[in-house]
Design a protein around this ligand. Structure first.
Ligand code: EPU
Length: 338
């Protein structure tokens, strides 16, 4: 069941060739508990791998990497307009979204084509085009690694924020997410096309009264037009978070850089990191095996397929330094550095 010296290249979307000293794939909660007890008895560090779409392996992992392969989707109709749909952690996110759209269940359409698995979606409250999973999240079932008991986390307990949750904060390393339940609509869908790019893509398609399936199609077209497909070019989506700065700092920057975009949020302003990176001269730039994507500067790519995690990490540090030097804003990595 446990294999030794396994390359993790197929299990991270950057396509970085780092290896794990030990590796196991688990297909059930029972198997997971068994493997966990074994690793505990040998005090091995653990790395849980889902879709591998948000990790950067900067070196070989000298512990036990566990790939969660729990599968299955179930539904529970609440009333004529609502349904609870539960997917196990190892289900591929986009396939799950497509499953729901085929059944005409609404709520996930704006989140089409996001790489990764269902089990990691609550970790960073994945979001795109005006929707975050917190908007349709009902609960998740987790394994508490201290007690080995199964617990249910509701919306409040997950403490979702922008690309953030309890699982990235005080719960880090304490829980394994086993399954996630979403509350979706069966009719009277809430169509959200406020995000500018969706509106214009639907117009391009000649659609003025979109269904949830149309919204999904528009999102897929937008993503495919500017985000690299990890199956072709290694990447982990946005490498940094969009920084939030105090309004006063934003106003001062506006004096100097009059075109700086910003989205006000109370006393703060969110600034698109892609803009800061592009304006600092990094868009499309390649150093060795690593580059910033030519159509979306926020995405760092394994340009040759041969990049090491260390090279990608060093490239990201150079970006942080030059944005900081020019704008006095320190970008924070969104990707988990291992
Ligand atoms: N921009 C540039 N140059 C670039 C890229 C972006 O100037 O090279 C500026 C433009 O002004 C643009 C603005 O940034 O209007 C926003 O760009 P975009 O709509 O592409 O979105 P983003 O803020 O860069 C975020 C998420 C994405 C998500 C999109 C769409 C984060 C860190 N990223 O990107 O999520 O798909 O919005 O909602 O919040 C991911 O997390 O991996 C991810 C892809």
């Amino acid at each position: 069941m446990i294999q030794e010296n396994i390359s993790l290249k197929p299990f991270n979307t950057f396509g970085v060739d780092a290896s794990a000293r030990y590796f196991a794939e688990v297909n059930s909660v029972e198997e997971l508990i068994e493997i966990f007890k074994l690793s505990n008895s040998q005090t091995l560090p653990l790395l849980f791998i889902g879709g591998g779409s948000n990790i950067l392996l900067t070196k070989d992992f000298e512990g036990l990497a566990i790939r969660l392969n729990l599968k299955g989707i179930s539904e529970e109709i609440i009333d004529e307009n609502q349904v609870l749909v539960t997917a196990k952690a190892g289900e591929n996110w986009h396939q799950f979204v497509m499953f729901c759209l085929e059944k005409n269940y609404g709520g996930l359409e704006n989140l089409s084509l996001i790489p990764g698995n269902v089990g990691t979606s609550p970790m960073q409250n994945i979001g795109a085009y005006g929707t975050e999973i917190k908007d349709i999240f009902e609960s998740c079932k987790v394994l508490n690694l201290e007690t080995l008991e199964i617990e249910i986390f509701d919306l409040k307990k997950c403490r979702f924020g922008y690309r953030d949750s309890i699982f990235k904060q005080e719960g880090k390393g304490k829980y394994v997410i086993l399954e996630v339940t979403f509350k979706l609509t069966r009719e009277n869908h809430k169509i959200d096309v406020e995000y500018g790019a969706i509106k214009s893509e639907l117009e391009n398609l000649g659609i003025f009264n979109p269904t949830i399936q149309d919204v999904s199609k528009a999102v897929i077209n937008i993503r495919q037009s500017k985000l690299p497909d990890p199956k072709v070019t290694g990447n982990a989506g946005s490498f940094f978070k969009n920084p939030t700065i105090p309004s006063t700092q934003f106003e001062a920057l506006k004096q100097k850089f009059e075109n700086i975009p910003g989205y006000p949020n109370g006393e703060f302003v969110k600034v698109p990191a892609g803009w800061l990176i592009e304006q600092s001269g990094w868009k499309g730039k390649q150093i060795g095996n690593v580059a910033s994507h030519k159509l979306q500067a926020l995405v760092i790519i394994n340009a040759t397929g041969n990049a090491t995690g260390k090279e990608i990490f060093d490239f990201s540090t150079m970006i942080i330094d030059s944005v900081n030097e020019k704008y006095g804003i320190e970008l924070e990595r969104e990707v988990n550095i291992i």
